[in-house]
Write a protein that binds this ligand. Sequence first.
Ligand code: IMP
Length: 195
Amino acid sequence: MTRAPDLHADVGEILLTEEQIATRVAELGRRISEDYAGRPVTLVSVLKGSLPFMADLMRAIDLPLRIDLMEVSSYGGGATESSGLVRILKDLSATIEREDVLIVEDIIDTGLTLNYLVRYLRGKNPATLRICTLLDKPARRLVEIPVDYIGFTIPDQFVVGYGLDYGELYRNLRFVGVLRPEVYAGPAEAEVAGV
Ligand code: IMP
């Protein structure tokens, strides 16, 4: 029988509380506002995982700003793996030529998705292109990407909440947490693994 997800019980450990996230997002907003010093900026967020971060970060930035949204899917990898083969599901809705663009990401893991995105957006000739990510998981990086703003550096664990999903669930949790192992394994595998 398929077990019904229990959003809170499925999370074994809370890695970042709602308060820690709010404090850090406010700090990032202040730093970005200082660095751009009154210049207009275009935030490009990558759906769907970045939604809560984007919504909070944009309100923490005191600059004239526009937002745009892209959606990409990486295919060929497993449910918790990225493949580097990226497909654009939703493109920018306006030009970013000669604009100061800041990519807003939820998490950088292998870096393959962002690497593709950076090359794609550079081709649209923005004046500057910087990256802001809420979470950085450097242990699994496969391509080097210079990241300008990092919320938190986290260990090599699969996390959910505050936008991040497993099987499209858990995005609505207010904190970032680590899933219990039995959520990954099916019931049979969980029994063998003793979880
Ligand atoms: P990358 O291409 O390996 O850097 O993967 C980036 C994308 O994979 C992120 O935008 C997320 O959608 C997803 N991802 C990577 N690690 C996690 C995680 O721990 N939890 C949830 N999604 C993740």
